[in-house]
Design a protein around this ligand. Sequence first.
Ligand code: NAP
Length: 437
Amino acid sequence: MASNGAGLLNVAIIGAGPAGYYAAEALTGGDGNVHVDIIDRLPTPFGLIRAGVAPDHQSIKNVSRRYEATNSRENVRFVGNLALGRDITLAELRELYDAVVLATGAGKDRPLGIEGEDLSGVIGSAAFVGWYNAHPDYKDLNPDLRVASVAVIGNGNVAVDVARVLAKTASEMTSSDLAAHAASTIHGSPIRDIYILGRRGPLEASFTPKELGELNQLENCVALVKPEQLPDRAADESLTGAAKKNMATLRAIAANSPDAKPVRLHLQFYRRPMAIMGETCVCGIRLEETKVEDGKCVGTGMTEVLPVGLVVPCIGYRTSPIRDVPYSERYGCFENEGGRILDRLYCVGWARRGPTGTIGTNKPDGLEVANKILSEVKASGREGRDGLDRIVRERDLHIVTFQSWKKIEASEEAGAQAGAPRKKLVDVAEMVRIAES
Ligand code: NAP
């Protein structure tokens, strides 16, 4: 076990997702004498890579190899199945470590704030994505997909992911790691119409060209958009970058025939949700037609009801507050200045800047905060990982190390069906049992 000699900086990072790993990489990349413990409440590392990135986007998940390389550094440890608040307090961690970094992501759905939001059959993307990605928190979600049509609210990549995962056939998901419980429910569902609803127009949408393009290449499902919802072709000349590529795809989609395939995916712009209707469960959603003025969504007063049996709002996330940590209700993340929350307490990733950006955005973010920590925090002879190990022993906590996570990973890989990378386990107790075997 490493001794806590003079000059050794002990840092705890809470959250083993991309933000946490990039921060750890930057903290331990130089000549400095830094020890990092990456703590996660789950027995599995990699956060959103495992539970957020779509199950059919395996190539994106390859970035976890980089985090593995970070974890193979002698001065970096993964401490899984250790939950802040349940097993240890933030105050205790701040006592043990010179600096604590919150890399807890944004795991809560932003509320829609409309009538009917609490009806059964309204499932926010945090829960829905968690469910199909085998996140243990959502293994028992059991959404009722015995519906003919679904409204997916939002025009970001999460909305596109959700719609695509609902639309793809079992054979299109063969090489994915879609949770087994979700595969049987989705592929047995009678869904025929999927609506992606944007409250602004196609030029304001935040989905990216690759993701939009995938919607036009589905085996069993045809993407549709009403040509009148697209701007005049003359305006295409002035478009650049992602907007230009998206518009080209939308024009191709506008030429599709609704009868081309058995399932239809309707991209509807200029529609904002006003109320979700139903007595005990969802039977429709009332939408107001909108227009865009100075980039803002403005209601026209004209409304319509779309009959749907499931609503999946994909409208962004919020970081879960932590007791005694200043929190910005406005931005849904911790109050911070350049990553610094309080003396020796920092945040990175979505917990720092809100739920925006790709996985790669966390790299410069982690580097910036790591440099801040290295320049602001001095080693002070705190116990660090020795102290954490002591508490783990005293409390008889069943932590999962990186080596024991590899046993979980091997078990998932061994259980995979032909063509799939793994069969994800969903039960924490089972994962811990395998880790300890
Ligand atoms: P996002 O890109 O911010 O999209 C959120 C969408 O929700 C926007 O279209 C927004 O419309 C809409 N919205 C917000 N509040 C609403 C309301 N009250 N009513 C109706 N619509 C509302 O967020 P996201 O899709 O959750 O994605 C989060 C981040 O992860 C993004 O940076 C995304 O690119 C990234 N991500 C990337 C991938 C990938 O690369 N494959 C996959 C998933 C996620 P307005 O624009 O009008 O506000």
